[in-house]
Design a protein around this ligand. Structure first.
Ligand code: SDX
Length: 431
């Protein structure tokens, strides 16, 4: 529990209040308004939560002005370069980098849970083949609670642990199954001799009719994309998972809620929307037309993959993603990829434009990721499922942290009511 480090004085009408303030390890101080309604009879009002701390957390820190992202204190750039996704999963879940034995044990635990209940394959057949893979992922992940009854009791630490490991282990298998189902190919079982990222590529791109060799360059790039998307403080989908978890819903239902929220184009759906936008622009000479549209208040068009609620500087993940895009496309011999050329020129033009400078709009994590994923062979419909796969460890880590808080209360915001005052029912003949 944080200690009070100050007091905020609040005066309105004939009320004078003193509210406790707390100081974080890093970032802005907070004012605890928990007793404001009881003491002052008023609510705070902050639609979109632009100035609201919803919880205490020790997992991820973002400095939007500096463009800094830390997982348990470690900079994302260092983890993307030196670590790998399952080690990052351990770090996010348990707070420290594992030693060699801890890492091996954790990787073995995850590996042993990569298969899903065989009955789940039937579940997929209820969907149309052209269903968006996010539609199948939301449904199938939510359905896991029907199959794994021994990891539903959120009050049992061991059950929370096994649910976390199952989610991390099975979400790549489910995402790959969603892809295979959408292209009419047979599901491919996980191959546990492969590392996490290689196994995902294998389940997506191998077919029973022939041998499939995972390209180690693509596997390393895939693993790095997983790491870059693993967690991101209290974003919309993580807040959704926390709110669902605060009602004591089972872990699979909470993760399904997070997947549903991430699907939106303003959030995780932006990577699909960004690549589709880059392809619609098509060539460098059409960029000014789209930049003008993005600035036009009367045009709902926005530059997808640009802007961020928190980052008012470069999203550090976008920098790593851009370097990775250069590296992967060059290694694949497609460095002249027209979409990448459009993306780089669009970034250059936008960052010189007064509108984007004034509003501090920079490329975010979604701006370059689609270019790499397309080069790997994924259709745009698989971009957000891959984001959901990567973010599952962040969601489940935040969910576990919340449930570990003895002061946990159900999340239940209030409102600014602007509807009708009380009035009596009017019979239809008198209306
Ligand atoms: C993710 O929260 C997270 O951490 C999310 C995420 C994560 O890892 O979980 O980082 C992942 O969701 C990244 C964001 C992906 N979304 C997109 O790329 C969609 C395009 N971007 C925007 O829709 C927007 O920038 C948001 C949703 C990301 C942020 O929106 P905010 O914070 O609510 O900001 P805003 O909409 O109030 O915009 C501020 C101003 C507005 O102009 P004014 O009304 O002040 O005149 O900037 C403008 C906006 O019109 N603006 C843009 C723009 N983004 C904001 N103008 C043109 N193009 C854009 N992309």
């Amino acid at each position: 529990m944080v200690k009070q480090t100050g007091t905020a004085k609040l005066s309105f009408g004939d009320t004078d209040l003193e509210l406790p303030m707390y100081s974080p390890t890093m970032g802005p101080d907070v004012i605890d308004i928990g007793k404001l309604y009881a003491k002052g009879g008023v609510f705070t009002h902050d639609p979109g939560f632009t100035s609201t701390s919803s919880c205490e957390s020790a997992i991820t820190f973002i400095d939007g002005d500096k463009g800094e992202l830390l997982y348990r204190g470690y900079p994302i750039e260092q983890l993307a370069e030196k670590s790998h996704y399952l080690e990052v999963c351990y770090l996010l879940l348990y707070g420290e980098l594992p030693n060699a034995e801890e890492l091996e044990n954790f990787e073995n635990r995850v590996t042993r849970h990569t298969m899903v209940h065989e009955q789940l394959t039937v579940f997929f057949s209820g969907y149309r083949r052209d269903a968006h893979p996010m539609a199948t992922m939301v449904g199938v992940v939510g359905a896991l609670s029907a199959f794994y009854h021994d990891s539903l009791d959120i009050n049992d630490y061991q059950q929370r642990e096994i649910a976390a490991v199952r989610m991390i282990a099975k979400v790549p298998t489910i995402a790959a199954m969603a892809y295979k189902y959408s292209i009419g190919q047979p599901f491919v079982y996980p191959k546990n001799a492969l590392d996490y990222a290689s196994n995902f590529l294998y389940m997506c791109f191998s077919v029973p009719a022939e041998e499939y060799e995972v390209n180690p360059i693509l596997a390393r790039a895939m693993d790095r994309i997983f790491t870059l998307h693993a967690d991101h403080e209290q974003n919309a989908s993580t807040s959704t998972v926390r709110l669902a978890g605060s009602s004591q819903a089972n872990p699979f239902a909470c993760i399904a809620a997070g997947i549903a929220c991430l699907w939106g184009p303003a959030h995780g759906g932006a990577n699909q929307a960004a690549l589709e936008m880059l392809k619609e622009i098509g060539s460098v000479d059409r960029i000014p037309e789209y930049v003008a549209r993005a600035k036009d208040k009367n045009d709902p068009f926005r530059l997808m993959g640009f802007g961020h609620r928190v980052y008012k500087n470069f999203d550090p993940r976008a920098k790593v993603m851009k370097e990775s895009a250069d590296e992967v496309l060059e290694l694949l011999g497609i460095e002249n990829n027209p979409t990448l050329q459009v993306a780089k020129e669009l970034e250059r033009i936008a960052l010189e434009d007064e509108y984007f400078i004034e509003k501090k709009l920079y490329p975010n994590v979604d701006f370059y990721s689609g270019i790499i994923l397309e080069a790997m062979g994924f259709p745009t419909s698989m971009f957000t499922p891959i984001f959901a796969l990567s973010r599952t460890v962040g969601w489940i880590s935040q969910w576990k942290e919340m449930l570990g808080d003895p002061a946990l209360k159900i999340g239940r915001p209030r409102q600014l009511y602007t509807g009708e005052p009380r009035r009596d029912y009017v019979d239809v003949e008198n209306r």
